[in-house]
Design a protein around this ligand. Sequence first.
Ligand code: INI
Length: 163
Amino acid sequence: MQVLATETVRIIEGDLAAAGLRIACVAARFNDFVVEPLLRGALDALGRHGVAPERIQVVRVPGAFELPLVARKLALSGGYDAVIALGAVIRGDTPHFDYVAGECAAGLARVAADSGVPVAFGVLTTDTVEQATDRAGGKDGNKGADAALTAIEMATLLRKLGP
Ligand code: INI
């Protein structure tokens, strides 16, 4: 059996050349002290990679539970190459966490698979407020910016893969 090196096979992957992409960001207002820095990080990353502001639409929803419905509407509109979902579900003391976080993650994954439009998961699910702020422009980076890069990479990848 021949062992094939990755250099010898054809590989398709996305890139970060984002000029011309149309991007929708859907952001939860719940825990806005975390979500706003995520949104700023996402917009900063989109701008740095060449997405024009007039090609970006921001939509706000009450909480993370509402993200999938609106992401679905945006994805199916035909107006966007990718959707970035932003939210923060913080466990605290509430059993609500598991329902909100679980439905949000499963719902967003379903939207992407069903619509064919990439949905980047920029939703923090953490045990504490500190863990959330660390990931929203704190010591652990900015997951909104990371989600924006994923959205760009997936949108460019899908373009390369064709219809
Ligand atoms: N929504 C969040 O975005 N984050 C949370 O941490 C959260 N908690 O913990 O309850 C939360 N709840 C609200 C939820 O997303 C819906 O907006 C609400 O249940 C109405 O449908």
